[in-house]
Design a protein around this ligand. Sequence first.
Ligand SMILES: Nc1nc2c(ncn2[C@@H]2O[C@H](COP(=O)(O)OP(=O)(O)O)[C@@H](O)[C@H]2O)c(=O)[nH]1
Ligand SMILES: [Mg+2]
Length: 317
Amino acid sequence: MQNIVERLLNGDRRALARMVTLIESEAPQVQRHLAELHQHTGNAHIIGVTGSPGAGKSTLVTQLVRELRRREHKIGVIAIDPTSPFSGGAILGDRIRMMELAGDPNVFIRSMASRGSLGGLAASTHDVVRAMDAAGYDTIIIETVGTGQAEVEVMRTAQTVLVVCAPGMGDEVQAIKAGILEIADIFVVSKMDKPGADQTVAELAMLLSLDQNRRQVQWRIPIIKTSAFKAQGLDLLADAIQQHYAYLTESGMIGQRAQRQVRSEIQTLVLHSVTRALKAQVSEEEWSQLIVEVTTRQHTPYDIAQALLTRLGLQNI
Ligand SMILES: Nc1nc2c(ncn2[C@@H]2O[C@H](COP(=O)(O)OP(=O)(O)O)[C@@H](O)[C@H]2O)c(=O)[nH]1
Ligand SMILES: [Mg+2]
């Protein structure tokens, strides 16, 4: 019997599903598997889709997958569910919408919970991307709600980032945070069948013209109107995505982004490990003790940090 890595590389969907579960549960053997998969990665175009809850991301992704399937792509989708207990209905809605695609052997969809630490989510999302990439999915779409820092960090692992705004959502455009604007490659005004879409386009154009001075890039961020309901604008969106990928490869930006991404991934992994080691080494009782030593002015926080680092086998800072 072949092992899970071989089966995954041969395109076995059950092996891929199992691998994703192992990644999510941080199973001990997963690092060994990922190391074996590593040399088979680096071929996929990673697309991030972000925007407020209700902006129409999941519906858009479903339609975009259809359009990309017409273009013969093999597509992986990672939908990161918000942690909020109130969004249960929305998650169910996502699942139902995306289920329409479930019968297609060239589409693999997986939801992930957005619980866990800051670095943890980005790290596990990136590992799932790697597993899909190694399994031969050439286009991987990650959908997240663009609110928290963790989600922005996830978006940094994407090569092409779509920011979705719906018309008539009032302060929607103003709500686009600087962090999101900085990573946007394409703006999508969704639900163009509703009134106010052109207004939203104009507001986004204004926002971009103000920002253009700060960014020194050759890529002009396009603003694309779509209606997932009426299947409008999806061909233009798919074209823009492909143009952005061509721009990245031709300009060499793709390499620069990869370098930046790898560096930040390594840093995150190191911090993650130190945090874990600290947790394993220092009991709650000891924490109380250490805190008292500082509050009673016996030691400084710096002394304690030095002592703990030494205990973890790290050089003094
Ligand atoms: N009128 C209209 N409504 C849409 C369109 N796309 C999505 N919606 C609706 O907008 C709501 C939120 O959509 P959803 O895809 O779940 O948004 P998400 O939270 O950003 O993933 C749902 O009620 C959808 O039916 C569209 O193209 N036109
Ligand atoms: Mg959604």
